[in-house]
Write a protein that binds this ligand. Structure first.
Ligand SMILES: [Zn+2]
Length: 457
């Protein structure tokens, strides 16, 4: 960009003084004269300028002359020059906010009065907050009319957001423009060498995807403890694009994560009634939901009841779960995917398994005769996996399973309607699901094999 101070410094000193003298006089007259007179005065200005410019231009090369012309018509004076050059015809001034600039100094640089500034700021309740916090380098396009009055002002707050101030009589109208980004699908693959965040950033994905990825697999993988070197992930996610430029990201549409040699897949799907969730790749079940019952077809012998008289203690004691009467040895199944946080004895509960599901949920299974093979604290379990067998250990009157469900540490009735219960896609919905999600999974396969082929070379 042309810097007027650099150009003027190459002028002979005498001319420089003459030129700035003219400028100063012009500006002074603008400040002093009331608008009607200024109008008259301004129409005569270009001639004066042309005259004095000509005498300077005589001694300049053609190239310099061109640049000088830009200075006198369009370019903003540098901040070292205190007096702005008045525009002589409808013009656009593009000013970039520099250190120390305020809306007020920018208006001054555009040759606009503080009166105009206040008209703009008072025009709309939102104007002050939207216009006065200025970023370094923020660009302002001032469109001025023949009289040098503000016609409109346009400034960009981000690649998505801009503000337009339009004159409407004696006041101004503020238009807040937010560009709607278009979405495109992007593929990325990463291998963990130190942390998930590092691998995400190495795969040129936005770091905020890390959180979304952990969320999508929260019921399968313990991202806090069980991420291993060599774990691998693939993601198809939405990129937000404005004018060919990536400005952000949307949802993860499909992802695969191989954790300690075990591969998990999720796909995002919006059902025909509009709810969006992650599903298993086969669409059979929603991972973020629970099976209603930990035992198949068992009779409920005691319901959730905050004021129950305890059958053994004979005292009023909240019954924080549901009891299932079943013969000793009946298999008990985990109602959701999660991590075993306890498999052992727990006071009156006897042999107990507690499973943590994602961040918010816990399930508890008590009075077990024994634990299923491989069920230990710290172990990852799948929905429907057998974790133990019905018994009567702890404070119990006979063989039954006592089952509790907690959300954020609060007991809730496992039979309540609010429980996130498994919804299996079937029939037409399942057909629709497969039609939407299979191309995503196929793309992951394609991208992965072409990436691996490239790495081999
Ligand atoms: Zn119970």
């Amino acid at each position: 960009m042309t810097d007027s101070s650099q150009i003027t410094s190459s002028y002979p000193k005498k001319h420089l003084l003459a030129a700035s003298g003219v400028l100063a006089a012009l500006c002074l007259s603008l400040l002093i004269f009331p608008s009607a007179q200024v109008e008259a005065k301004r129409t005569t200005l270009p001639f004066g300028l042309e005259e004095s410019s000509l005498s300077i231009l005589d001694k300049l090369t053609e190239n310099d002359a061109l640049e000088t012309e830009e200075v006198t018509t369009a370019a903003a004076p540098s901040p070292s020059q205190t007096e702005p050059a008045p525009p002589a015809k409808p013009t656009t001034l593009n000013l970039k906010a520099q250190k120390g600039d305020t809306l007020s100094t920018l208006f001054q640089r555009a040759g606009l009065s503080s009166n105009t500034l206040h008209q703009v700021l008072d025009s709309d309740p939102s104007a002050r907050t939207r216009l006065t916090s200025i970023q370094l380098g923020q660009s302002f396009d001032f469109h001025l009319d023949e009289q040098g009055d503000l016609k409109s002002l346009h400034t960009r707050l981000s690649s998505l957001e801009s503000i337009e101030v339009l004159r409407s009589g004696d006041t101004f109208q503020i238009n807040h423009e937010k560009a709607a980004p278009t979405l495109r699908e992007a593929y990325a693959r990463g291998i963990i060498t130190s942390s998930l965040a590092a691998a995400v950033s190495k795969a040129s994905m936005p770091t905020s995807i890390t959180h979304a990825l952990a969320k999508a697999f929260e019921y399968d993988i313990d991202f806090g403890r069980n991420i291993r070197k060599g774990d691998e992930f693939e993601v198809i996610y939405e990129q937000k694009v404005v004018n060919g430029k990536v400005v952000g990201h949307g949802n993860i549409l499909a992802a695969r994560f191989t954790n300690s040699g075990k591969t998990y897949s999720v796909v995002r799907y919006s059902t025909s009634n509009g709810s969006s969730q992650y599903y298993n790749a086969d669409g059979s079940s929603n991972r973020k939901a629970f099976n209603r019952n930990p035992i198949d077809s068992a009779r409920i012998s005691s319901r959730f009841n905050p004021n129950r008289r305890h059958p053994v203690l004979n005292k009023i004691r909240a019954h924080n779960g549901v009891d299932y009467a079943a013969p000793t040895g009946t298999p008990i199944k985990a109602t959701g995917n999660g991590r075993v946080v306890l498999a052992g004895r727990k006071g009156g509960y006897g042999n107990t398994v507690i499973i943590q599901h994602g961040k918010s949920y816990r399930t508890l299974y008590a009075h077990m005769k024994g634990f299923a093979k491989g069920i230990r604290t710290g172990q990852q379990v799948k929905q429907g996996q057998v974790i133990g067998y019905v018994g009567s250990t702890g404070l119990s009157t006979g063989p039954h399973l006592h089952y509790e469900f907690q959300e954020n540490g609060r007991h809730i009735d496992p039979m309540s309607k609010n429980l996130p219960v498994t919804e299996t896609l079937s029939g037409k919905e399942r057909q629709r699901f497969l039609k939407h999600t299979q191309p995503l999974l196929a793309r992951m396969d394609r991208e992965r094999s072409s990436m691996l082929a490239m790495n081999k070379r």
